[in-house]
Design a protein around this ligand. Structure first.
Ligand code: ZN
Length: 169
């Protein structure tokens, strides 16, 4: 197994961004998310927090894993297994390409929105919770298998389980 993917952090047009140094092939583990666990109540709009469960987040680690930007045409995705999460290549990523994932794939808060300037032809403009994704994007992500269960459940039930009362998990 290949470990220790080389990445380059540079100041981009919209703050720091992470770039591939060498070719990263589909399915490669790019980086684990290593920050502290947080709940929704412990996060706010100004802090970095990666959602990995209905009421579970990973906060800032101080490392490269804090710096992956959003794209509406992502080349990576967040694989969540229990309480661990890691960034994985969704397709081959070429040297010099920015490494990005679609924030909506993991977001299920009911109050998350972000203006997107990713510049992709697929850009949705306003980024929100995963359950709000346009059907064509949703279907593609389901097919790719990159949506976590809590996001799928939220689309079925019309809102985050955090707001629906106690959950078994
Ligand atoms: Zn965009």
């Amino acid at each position: 197994m290949k470990v220790g993917i080389k990445l380059d952090v540079r100041d981009g047009e919209y703050g720091k961004a992470v770039f591939a140094v060498e070719r990263i092939t589909t399915g490669t583990l790019i980086a684990p998310f290593t920050g502290p666990f947080l709940t929704y109540a412990q996060t706010n709009a100004d802090t970095y927090a990666l959602q990995i469960g209905p009421d579970l987040y990973i906060g800032e680690s101080g490392g490269v894993d804090d710096l992956f930007n959003h794209s509406c045409d992502p080349n990576a995705w967040v694989r969540i297994q229990g309480r661990s999460a890691e960034l994985v290549a969704l397709r081959d990523i070429l040297p010099g390409e920015q490494v990005c994932f679609d924030y909506s794939t993991i977001m299920d808060e009911d109050d998350f929105t972000m203006r997107c300037l990713c510049g992709s032809g697929l850009c949705r403009g306003l980024i929100g919770d995963g359950r709000m994704l346009p059907p064509v994007v949703w279907d593609r992500y389901v097919e790719l298998g990159i949506l976590p269960e809590y996001v799928k459940q939220s689309r079925v039930h019309g809102g985050p389980s955090r707001l629906r009362g106690p959950s078994p998990g």
